[in-house]
Design a protein around this ligand. Structure first.
Ligand SMILES: NC(=O)c1ccc[n+]([C@@H]2O[C@H](COP(=O)([O-])OP(=O)(O)OC[C@H]3O[C@@H](n4cnc5c(N)ncnc54)[C@H](O)[C@@H]3O)[C@@H](O)[C@H]2O)c1
Length: 253
C-alpha cells in the first residue's frame, strides 16, 4: 500500500485559476488525483485547466464565487453529478484588502471575511454532506502566518485567517467521527501574484529574507508535499492540525 497515494481521488481546489491554488491542483494531479479548478474568474480557470490537461493531468472546471451560498451549492451539485463525488476539498480562495483598523471601511472588512472565511465554510458545507454519507473525506484549509499574528493594516485578513484556523478545529469536532479529516496549511511568505508587490519592495524583501530562518521566500512548490500528505491516507488520524510551511518563521523571535 502506498500511504501517500491519492490516485483516482477527485480534488476540488477553490481559487485555483492561478497562484498557490493552481500549484496545489497541479501537485495533486501529479500525485494521481483528478482535479477540479474553481475560480470566480472563468477565463482564468479555463486557461488553468487547459494548461493542466496539456500536461496530461485530468482537470475539470467549476466556476463559482465561494461567497455566494446558492452558487456554491449549485456548483458542487453540478460537479458531483457530472464528474462524481469530491474526495478532497482545498479551501484556497483568498484575498487581501489592506487598511488600518481606525480607517478601515466596513465593506473591505466584510469582503475579506466573506472570501477567506465564509467562502471556506460554504464550500466545506456543500462538499461535506456527501463526505459524511460516504464516510470519507479530506478538507484542507489554507490558513496563513496571519492565523497566528500580523502586521498593522492586515486586521481583516488576520481575523479571517485566525477564524479559518478555528473553523478547521470546529470541522474536526463535528466531522472527524464521519472519517473526514479537516486540517490546515499555513504558508509563510510565498512568492505569488498576491505577494509580488511586496517582493518588489527592497526593504520588504530584505525583511522577509532576514526574518525567515530558511533565509528565503517560499515558492508554491514548497507547499505541495504538505497538501499531498493531508489529502492522502498517510494523514487518516491527523485531525484539526495546521501545518505551517514557513521556513521556520513561527519558531523565531
Ligand atoms: N502568497 C502567499 O504568500 C500566501 C501566504 C499565506 C496564505 N496565502 C493564502 O493562499 C491562498 C492563495 O493565495 P495566492 O497567493 O495564490 O493568491 P492569488 O491572488 O494569486 O490567487 C487567488 C485566486 O483566488 C481567486 N478568487 C478570489 N476570490 C474568489 C472567490 N470569491 N471565489 C472563487 N475564487 C476566488 C482569484 O480569482 C485568484 O485566481 C489565499 O487563501 C491566501 O490568503 C498566500
Amino acid at each position: 500500500m502506498n500511504l501517500f497515494s491519492i490516485k483516482g481521488r477527485r480534488a476540488l481546489i477553490t481559487g485555483s485559476g492561478r497562484g498557490l491554488g493552481l500549484r496545489f491542483a497541479e501537485g495533486l494531479a501529479e500525485a494521481g488525483a483528478e482535479v477540479v479548478i474553481n475560480d470566480v474568474d472563468a477565463a482564468r480557470a479555463e486557461t488553468a485547466a487547459a494548461v493542466l490537461r496539456a500536461k496530461g493531468c485530468a482537470a475539470h472546471t467549476a466556476i463559482f464565487n465561494v461567497t455566494d451560498p446558492a452558487a456554491v451549492r449549485a456548483g458542487v451539485q453540478q460537479l458531483e453529478q457530472s464528474a462524481g463525488p469530491v474526495d478532497i476539498l482545498i479551501n484556497n480562495a483568498g484575498i487581501h484588502r489592506y487598511g488600518a483598523l481606525l480607517e478601515l471601511d466596513v465593506a473591505k472588512w466584510r469582503e475579506v471575511l466573506d472570501v477567506n472565511l465564509t467562502g471556506a465554510f460554504l464550500a466545506a458545507q456543500a462538499v461535506a454532506a456527501g463526505m459524511v454519507a460516504r464516510r470519507r473525506g479530506k478538507i484542507i484549509n489554507i490558513c496563513s502566518l496571519m492565523s497566528e499574528g500580523g502586521r498593522p493594516t492586515t486586521g481583516n485578513y488576520m481575523a479571517a485567517k485566525g477564524g479559518l484556523k478555528m473553523l478547521t478545529k470546529s470541522m474536526t469536532v463535528e466531522w472527524a467521527r464521519h472519517n473526514i479529516q479537516a486540517n490546515g496549511i499555513g504558508p509563510g511568505y510565498i512568492l505569488s501574484d498576491m505577494t509580488a508587490h511586496l517582493a518588489a519592495q527592497p526593504d520588504f524583501d530584505a525583511w522577509v529574507k532576514g526574518r525567515t530562518p530558511a533565509g528565503r521566500w517560499g515558492t508554491p512548490d514548497d507547499l505541495v508535499g504538505a497538501a499531498v500528505f493531508l489529502a492522502s491516507p498517510a494523514s487518516d488520524f491527523v485531525n484539526g492540525q495546521i501545518i505551517y510551511v514557513d521556513g521556520g518563521w513561527l519558531s523565531a523571535l
